[in-house]
Design a protein around this ligand. Structure first.
Ligand code: EPU
Length: 310
């Protein structure tokens, strides 16, 4: 039944791009964890995205948009339905200049690191604090990524979005409910691109600031190891990493998932880790923090997919 539906949805003429069936999500997440997605589609253009978006919805097949899987944990039973990647939308270009400001367009599928490098090379300021954050521009907006007191929402002017009906519109950033590591953008909406506002500066000055942020990150986070970034949100007025560290969680290990010795809010995959061990470790360490400090940690990473059936 599903097979027939998939064949119709991804038929030639409706869909241009790449489609794979039962694709292991561990190949598409920074944690290298995750079972298979029934369908994994990378539409080549907006028309194909719109067609599959509408047809999946019409057929009642669930789907999610994925950036580069850097802030998510996909369970071992994989994803029912479709995972849609906007990897082919990756243009970055200057739109216009106004006084000391420069307005830049970035497609959702462009890597955030590429946008940071673009601003560095041209001497545009505003994205320095986001240097070293992996993932796509769309993913960063969706989770309002940030570091060192900077958040991506600070530079956003507007977003180009496709709603659940496949209608494309531009929304002002100020009309979107951004919060700490959240955007209020629904699971059935696709971010297609964004306009950001940066400030003209000198390439050397921007490079220097980026270098300093990167150095701090390299010294304080295990950015060279497979992880999903910070696992828990910082509770008001405290650092989850510090609480986890003080509760003695560094080095705690279940299966092949380990709390990093570098930063306790990072869990690293030591080889062939699975999601069920990851979740058990989350429960173990949050219980330790709750017992010690009476603080309930809230996950920052998105947990998706289903558990393996017994
Ligand atoms: N600390 C410890 N032990 C640890 C980790 C941290 O004692 O294991 C201490 C540090 O020494 C420091 C304090 O806790 O005194 C704060 O640590 P850090 O500067 O590393 O910041 P953080 O609050 O742990 C936040 C963000 C990071 C972001 C950094 C840098 C969250 C959950 N974390 O971490 O974001 O990169 O600030 O600005 O908001 C992410 O969201 O994925 C992420 C990594």
């Amino acid at each position: 039944m599903r097979d027939e539906q998939f064949r119709a949805i991804f038929a030639e003429g409706f869909f241009e791009g790449e489609v794979r069936f039962m694709e292991l999500m561990s190949n598409h997440t920074s944690l290298r964890i995750g079972g298979a997605a029934e369908v994994f589609a990378m539409p080549r253009d907006l028309d194909s995205l719109k067609n599959i978006h509408l047809n999946l919805k019409k057929s009642n097949i669930p789907y999610i948009a994925l950036g580069s899987g850097t802030n998510i944990l996909i369970r071992d039973g994989g994803i029912e339905g479709a995972v849609v990647l906007l990897r082919s939308l990756k243009k970055i270009e200057v739109l216009r200049e106004e006084d000391q400001f420069i307005f830049v367009h970035a497609d959702a599928g462009a890597l955030l690191a590429k946008l940071v490098r673009f601003s560095q090379e041209h001497g545009y300021s505003g994205l320095e604090g986001l240097a070293g954050i992996p993932g796509t521009v769309g993913g960063a907006i969706c989770g309002n990524s940030g570091a060192f007191g900077h958040e991506i929402k600070d530079v956003l002017v507007s977003l180009e979005m496709m709603d659940s009906e496949g209608i494309v519109s531009r929304r002002r950033a100020e009309d979107i409910a951004f919060g700490y590591r959240k955007s209020g953008i629904g699971p059935e909406e696709f971010i297609l691109g964004t306009e950001i506002r940066l400030k003209k500066d000198h390439a050397e000055a921007v490079s220097k600031r980026i270098g300093e942020f990167l150095r701090t990150k390299r010294e304080s986070q295990p950015i060279w190891e497979p992880s999903a970034g910070c696992v828990f949100k910082n509770p008001p007025g405290a650092s989850a990493g510090k609480l986890l560290d003080e509760a003695g969680c560094k080095g705690a290990k279940i299966g092949e998932v380990e709390v990093s010795e570098v930063h306790a809010n990072f869990f690293v995959n030591r080889g062939n880790a699975n999601a069920s061990d990851f979740i058990k470790l989350m429960e173990l360490v949050s219980l330790r923090v709750e017992k010690r400090f009476g603080i309930l940690l809230e996950p920052e990473i998105k947990i998706l997919g289903k558990e393996i059936a017994d």
